[in-house]
Design a protein around this ligand. Sequence first.
Ligand SMILES: Nc1nc2c(ncn2[C@@H]2O[C@H](COP(=O)(O)OP(=O)(O)OP(=O)(O)O)[C@@H](O)[C@H]2O)c(=O)[nH]1
Ligand SMILES: [Mg+2]
Length: 201
Amino acid sequence: MDFKGFDHPGRQAAGAARSVKVMIAGGFGTGKTTMVRSVSDIKPLTTEETLTQASADDDHLIGVADKTETTVSLDFGKIGINEELVLYLFGTPGQERFWFLWNGLFKGALGAVVLVDTRRLASSFRAIEEMERQNVPFVIALNVFPDSQQHPIEEIRDALDISPHTPIVACDARDRASSRDVLIALIRHLKERSAVALESR
Ligand SMILES: Nc1nc2c(ncn2[C@@H]2O[C@H](COP(=O)(O)OP(=O)(O)OP(=O)(O)O)[C@@H](O)[C@H]2O)c(=O)[nH]1
Ligand SMILES: [Mg+2]
Protein backbone atom coordinates (compact mmCIF):
# COMPACT_ATOMS: atom_id res chain seq x y z
CA MET A 1 0.00 0.00 0.00
CA ASP A 2 1.23 3.49 -0.79
CA PHE A 3 0.89 5.88 2.12
CA LYS A 4 1.98 9.02 0.33
CA GLY A 5 -0.34 11.88 1.04
CA PHE A 6 -0.54 11.27 4.79
CA ASP A 7 2.23 13.58 5.79
CA HIS A 8 1.94 15.47 8.97
CA PRO A 9 3.22 18.96 8.14
CA GLY A 10 6.54 19.76 9.72
CA ARG A 11 7.03 16.30 11.18
CA GLN A 12 8.90 14.66 8.40
CA ALA A 13 12.58 14.34 7.60
CA ALA A 14 13.81 12.89 4.31
CA GLY A 15 13.53 9.09 4.39
CA ALA A 16 11.79 9.13 7.76
CA ALA A 17 8.41 7.57 8.42
CA ARG A 18 5.36 9.78 8.08
CA SER A 19 3.55 10.38 11.33
CA VAL A 20 -0.16 10.76 11.54
CA LYS A 21 -2.40 11.63 14.46
CA VAL A 22 -5.40 9.34 14.89
CA MET A 23 -8.14 9.61 17.51
CA ILE A 24 -9.63 6.60 19.25
CA ALA A 25 -13.07 7.83 20.22
CA GLY A 26 -16.42 6.33 21.22
CA GLY A 27 -18.86 6.19 24.08
CA PHE A 28 -18.20 5.42 27.70
CA GLY A 29 -16.66 1.98 28.27
CA THR A 30 -16.59 0.97 24.60
CA GLY A 31 -12.95 -0.16 24.81
CA LYS A 32 -10.90 2.89 23.78
CA THR A 33 -8.20 2.47 26.42
CA THR A 34 -8.18 -1.28 25.78
CA MET A 35 -7.53 -0.69 22.08
CA VAL A 36 -4.72 1.82 22.64
CA ARG A 37 -3.13 -0.59 25.13
CA SER A 38 -3.39 -3.64 22.91
CA VAL A 39 -2.08 -2.05 19.75
CA SER A 40 0.61 0.34 20.96
CA ASP A 41 4.28 -0.46 20.26
CA ILE A 42 5.31 1.66 23.22
CA LYS A 43 4.05 1.48 26.79
CA PRO A 44 0.97 3.65 26.43
CA LEU A 45 0.29 6.66 28.55
CA THR A 46 -3.10 6.30 30.17
CA THR A 47 -4.91 8.57 32.58
CA GLU A 48 -7.37 6.33 34.32
CA GLU A 49 -9.03 7.06 37.64
CA THR A 50 -11.31 4.93 39.78
CA LEU A 51 -14.92 5.07 38.68
CA THR A 52 -17.11 6.59 41.37
CA GLN A 53 -20.59 5.32 42.17
CA ALA A 54 -22.06 8.70 41.23
CA SER A 55 -20.69 8.53 37.71
CA ALA A 56 -21.50 4.83 37.43
CA ASP A 57 -25.17 5.73 37.88
CA ASP A 58 -24.92 8.31 35.12
CA ASP A 59 -23.05 6.11 32.70
CA HIS A 60 -25.37 3.10 32.53
CA LEU A 61 -22.94 0.31 33.21
CA ILE A 62 -25.01 -2.37 31.46
CA GLY A 63 -22.50 -4.80 30.00
CA VAL A 64 -19.53 -3.14 31.65
CA ALA A 65 -20.54 -3.73 35.25
CA ASP A 66 -17.07 -4.95 36.19
CA LYS A 67 -15.45 -1.78 34.91
CA THR A 68 -13.57 -0.06 37.72
CA GLU A 69 -11.66 2.76 36.00
CA THR A 70 -12.34 5.49 33.46
CA THR A 71 -10.13 7.72 31.34
CA VAL A 72 -10.07 11.26 32.69
CA SER A 73 -7.81 12.96 30.20
CA LEU A 74 -6.46 10.87 27.33
CA ASP A 75 -4.71 7.69 26.30
CA PHE A 76 -1.63 7.97 24.17
CA GLY A 77 0.10 5.27 22.14
CA LYS A 78 2.09 4.78 18.98
CA ILE A 79 2.15 2.11 16.30
CA GLY A 80 4.39 1.68 13.28
CA ILE A 81 2.18 0.35 10.48
CA ASN A 82 5.18 -0.13 8.21
CA GLU A 83 8.49 1.62 7.50
CA GLU A 84 6.64 4.53 5.93
CA LEU A 85 3.90 5.23 8.40
CA VAL A 86 3.66 5.74 12.14
CA LEU A 87 0.35 6.43 13.85
CA TYR A 88 0.12 8.41 17.06
CA LEU A 89 -3.01 7.31 18.86
CA PHE A 90 -5.02 9.62 21.09
CA GLY A 91 -7.77 7.92 23.08
CA THR A 92 -10.54 10.23 24.26
CA PRO A 93 -12.31 10.12 27.63
CA GLY A 94 -15.76 8.51 27.45
CA GLN A 95 -17.51 10.17 30.36
CA GLU A 96 -19.57 13.21 29.43
CA ARG A 97 -18.08 15.31 32.20
CA PHE A 98 -14.70 15.19 30.44
CA TRP A 99 -15.93 15.96 26.95
CA PHE A 100 -14.94 19.62 27.23
CA LEU A 101 -11.42 18.32 26.55
CA TRP A 102 -12.33 17.11 23.08
CA ASN A 103 -11.82 20.33 21.14
CA GLY A 104 -8.14 20.58 21.95
CA LEU A 105 -7.57 16.86 21.55
CA PHE A 106 -8.73 16.76 17.93
CA LYS A 107 -6.36 19.41 16.62
CA GLY A 108 -4.32 18.02 13.72
CA ALA A 109 -6.05 14.62 13.70
CA LEU A 110 -6.31 13.08 10.24
CA GLY A 111 -8.85 10.47 11.16
CA ALA A 112 -10.58 8.59 13.94
CA VAL A 113 -11.77 5.20 15.02
CA VAL A 114 -15.16 5.40 16.74
CA LEU A 115 -15.63 2.38 18.97
CA VAL A 116 -19.19 1.16 19.36
CA ASP A 117 -20.57 -1.42 21.78
CA THR A 118 -23.65 -2.80 20.00
CA ARG A 119 -25.29 -3.56 23.37
CA ARG A 120 -25.22 0.18 24.06
CA LEU A 121 -25.27 1.83 20.64
CA ALA A 122 -26.50 5.16 21.93
CA SER A 123 -23.41 5.64 24.08
CA SER A 124 -21.42 6.38 20.90
CA PHE A 125 -23.92 8.78 19.25
CA ARG A 126 -22.26 11.83 20.69
CA ALA A 127 -18.79 10.72 19.54
CA ILE A 128 -20.07 10.28 15.98
CA GLU A 129 -21.71 13.71 16.04
CA GLU A 130 -18.45 15.17 17.25
CA MET A 131 -16.49 13.62 14.34
CA GLU A 132 -19.00 15.02 11.89
CA ARG A 133 -18.94 18.45 13.56
CA GLN A 134 -15.14 18.59 13.57
CA ASN A 135 -15.00 17.13 10.05
CA VAL A 136 -12.73 14.26 11.05
CA PRO A 137 -13.10 11.20 8.77
CA PHE A 138 -13.76 8.04 10.75
CA VAL A 139 -14.44 4.33 10.67
CA ILE A 140 -16.81 2.58 13.06
CA ALA A 141 -15.29 -0.33 14.99
CA LEU A 142 -17.84 -2.64 16.60
CA ASN A 143 -16.11 -3.96 19.70
CA VAL A 144 -17.59 -7.42 20.12
CA PHE A 145 -18.25 -8.51 23.70
CA PRO A 146 -19.14 -12.12 24.60
CA ASP A 147 -22.85 -11.34 24.96
CA SER A 148 -23.07 -8.97 21.96
CA GLN A 149 -25.76 -10.01 19.50
CA GLN A 150 -24.96 -10.16 15.82
CA HIS A 151 -26.79 -7.52 13.79
CA PRO A 152 -26.62 -6.98 10.04
CA ILE A 153 -24.16 -4.18 9.31
CA GLU A 154 -26.79 -2.18 7.42
CA GLU A 155 -29.08 -2.24 10.47
CA ILE A 156 -26.27 -0.84 12.55
CA ARG A 157 -25.54 1.79 9.90
CA ASP A 158 -29.19 2.89 10.00
CA ALA A 159 -29.30 2.92 13.80
CA LEU A 160 -26.14 5.03 13.95
CA ASP A 161 -27.36 7.20 11.06
CA ILE A 162 -24.02 7.26 9.29
CA SER A 163 -23.21 7.64 5.61
CA PRO A 164 -22.95 4.58 3.32
CA HIS A 165 -19.31 5.55 2.69
CA THR A 166 -18.25 5.19 6.31
CA PRO A 167 -16.70 1.75 6.86
CA ILE A 168 -18.02 -0.42 9.69
CA VAL A 169 -15.74 -3.21 10.91
CA ALA A 170 -16.01 -5.65 13.80
CA CYS A 171 -13.10 -6.04 16.20
CA ASP A 172 -11.90 -7.31 19.53
CA ALA A 173 -10.20 -4.32 21.13
CA ARG A 174 -8.21 -6.64 23.39
CA ASP A 175 -6.52 -8.24 20.43
CA ARG A 176 -3.54 -6.51 18.84
CA ALA A 177 -4.01 -7.94 15.33
CA SER A 178 -7.71 -7.12 15.35
CA SER A 179 -7.10 -3.56 16.55
CA ARG A 180 -4.36 -3.12 13.95
CA ASP A 181 -6.81 -4.24 11.24
CA VAL A 182 -9.17 -1.46 12.36
CA LEU A 183 -6.39 1.10 11.95
CA ILE A 184 -5.58 -0.27 8.50
CA ALA A 185 -9.27 0.04 7.57
CA LEU A 186 -9.08 3.68 8.66
CA ILE A 187 -5.96 4.32 6.57
CA ARG A 188 -7.66 2.76 3.52
CA HIS A 189 -10.68 4.98 4.11
CA LEU A 190 -8.50 8.09 4.35
CA LYS A 191 -6.73 7.14 1.14
CA GLU A 192 -10.00 6.54 -0.69
CA ARG A 193 -11.34 9.88 0.47
CA SER A 194 -8.24 11.73 -0.64
CA ALA A 195 -8.37 9.96 -4.04
CA VAL A 196 -12.02 11.01 -4.47
CA ALA A 197 -11.19 14.58 -3.45
CA LEU A 198 -8.36 14.74 -5.99
CA GLU A 199 -10.58 13.36 -8.75
CA SER A 200 -13.27 15.95 -8.15
CA ARG A 201 -10.86 18.88 -8.47
N1 LIG B 1 -15.10 -8.95 26.56
C1 LIG B 1 -14.52 -7.86 26.18
N2 LIG B 1 -14.25 -6.94 27.11
C2 LIG B 1 -13.65 -5.81 26.74
C3 LIG B 1 -13.31 -5.56 25.40
N3 LIG B 1 -12.77 -4.33 25.31
C4 LIG B 1 -12.77 -3.84 26.55
N4 LIG B 1 -13.28 -4.73 27.41
C5 LIG B 1 -13.50 -4.51 28.81
O1 LIG B 1 -14.51 -3.51 28.85
C6 LIG B 1 -14.20 -2.53 29.81
C7 LIG B 1 -14.12 -1.17 29.18
O2 LIG B 1 -12.90 -0.98 28.54
P1 LIG B 1 -12.08 0.41 28.50
O3 LIG B 1 -10.98 0.14 27.55
O4 LIG B 1 -11.74 0.92 29.84
O5 LIG B 1 -13.16 1.37 27.86
P2 LIG B 1 -12.99 2.93 27.55
O6 LIG B 1 -13.76 3.15 26.29
O7 LIG B 1 -11.57 3.35 27.57
O8 LIG B 1 -13.76 3.54 28.78
P3 LIG B 1 -13.81 5.10 29.28
O9 LIG B 1 -12.45 5.65 29.20
O10 LIG B 1 -14.32 4.99 30.68
O11 LIG B 1 -14.81 5.75 28.38
C8 LIG B 1 -12.93 -3.01 30.51
O12 LIG B 1 -13.34 -3.69 31.66
C9 LIG B 1 -12.30 -3.96 29.50
O13 LIG B 1 -11.55 -5.00 30.11
C10 LIG B 1 -13.60 -6.57 24.44
O14 LIG B 1 -13.30 -6.45 23.27
N5 LIG B 1 -14.20 -7.69 24.89
MG1 LIG C 1 -10.69 4.82 28.61
